[in-house]
Design a protein around this ligand. Structure first.
Ligand code: UD1
Length: 359
């Protein structure tokens, strides 16, 4: 029997770990899965809501680290996680994605010589101003099992000198969750509740977009312009809300064309995504979910670590330039936008493949 720590910390981790726990629970004679929540995200809307929607068990271990600067947050996770690892002596640690909790737990695992698996390995934006790029590169360099969801990722890892034997192309675990949740998503009442019909969905939280006043304002002006043609629903991330308050930008959201709402849980958010005319976002995961759902996605960034969503999927990079954002969105309203195709192995069986390999 192997004791396996599965690490979650921030919102995009929950839907990636959920199908792995489900699969591990099917192998009761092989694994004891232990869910560790670092507490990087702690608000109900950013964490507990997802546990309920995804039917995740309560965390077995909660580190309660909360917010801080990058160094503070990473160091706090390391301090707390190391204690737990020394006490519990897990046989394997599984981390997902690229948030600070991923990096912190990976470093602790490597220093204690505990085997480390990274799910969603190999993604690269080649932009070191993104904190996630640093987290991804270091985590991959320390991992013993690197599970990838596209062939680009395999190539990136091989180019960095990581041995082929450690790399497993297994597909996209987030899509496992999406497929499993489809009926619940279809039953969501959020569209009725918001009383909307045709709309675009907006999410923004990257520091590069919302921490810089001029960039954020340019994006808001783009939204105002698009809002003259179609209503925009905008679930506001807490970081973004903080910046809106700081810059006194609330005044731009008084019209009925941009509707700011609280961050949503997984099911309601996916329901909004599934029925949107397009999604405007700077998130990573949303670029993949929209590709799977064949909903046009405009990514408000100058690069992406997920190029497959552009050359196979529905994604398009629009940067932060107002004219480009507005023209692309309006073009979709007229012409329907990209349809794309679903990438290889995004088929709902990725977590099964991962657990088979780990077995
Ligand atoms: C983090 C991840 C990012 C991911 C995003 C998804 C890192 C470096 N960044 O960014 O990759 O795309 O999560 O949401 O790990 N806050 C709250 N309540 C919460 C959590 C955060 O109010 O429950 C506020 C705090 O003011 C905090 C700020 O949001 O300082 C930023 O939170 P943090 O976890 O540091 O980064 P995110 O921007 O959420």
């Amino acid at each position: 029997m192997k004791k396996v720590f599965l690490i979650v910390g921030a919102r995009p981790n929950f839907m990636k770990i959920s199908p792995i726990i489900d699969e591990m629970k099917k192998c009761k004679d092989k694994f004891i899965p232990i869910l560790v929540h670092t507490g990087q995200h702690y608000d109900y809307e950013m964490s507990k809501n997802f546990f309920d929607d995804l039917e995740l068990p309560e965390p077995d271990i909660y580190l309660g680290v909360g917010s801080g600067t990058h160094a503070e947050q990473t160091a706090k996770v390391m301090l707390e996680f190391e204690k737990v690892c020394i006490k519990e002596k897990p046989n394997l640690i599984i981390v997902v994605g690229d948030v600070n909790s991923t990096l912190a737990c990976a470093i602790v695992a490597a220093k204690l010589c505990i085997p480390l698996a990274h799910i969603e390995a190999g993604l690269r934006s080649f932009d070191k101003t993104m904190p996630e790029e640093i987290n991804r590169k270091i985590t991959d360099s320390l991992s013993d099992y690197l599970f990838t969801h596209c062939e680009d990722a395999n190539n990136n890892l091989i180019n960095e000198g990581i041995s082929k034997e450690k790399i497993f192309f297994v597909g996209n675990v987030m899509i496992d969750t999406l497929i499993k949740s489809k009926i619940k998503i279809q039953k969501s009442k959020i569209i009725k509740k918001l009383n909307i019909k045709d709309y675009g969905l907006v999410t923004l939280h990257r520091p590069s977009n919302v921490d810089d006043k001029n960039t954020f304002l340019e994006i808001i002006h783009s939204l105002i312009e698009i809002g003259k043609h179609i209503q925009l629903i905008f679930p506001v991330h807490p970081r973004t809300q903080k910046q809106i308050n700081l810059f006194n930008f609330n005044k731009y959201f008084l019209e009925n064309s941009i509707i700011p709402i609280q961050p949503l849980g997984y099911i309601d958010f996916l329901a909004l995504m599934m029925n949107a005319k397009f999604v405007l976002t700077d998130s990573g995961g949303i670029q993949e979910e929209t590709t799977f759902l064949r909903i046009p996605c405009l990514t408000i960034r100058k690069n992406t670590e997920r190029p497959i969503t552009i050359y196979e999927g529905t994604n398009e990079l629009v940067g932060t330039d107002k004219e480009k954002i507005v023209n692309t969105a309006l073009n979709i309203l007229t012409n329907g936008g990209k349809k794309g195709k679903i990438p290889k192995l995004w088929d709902g069986k990725s977590s099964k493949r991962i657990v088979e390999i780990l077995k």
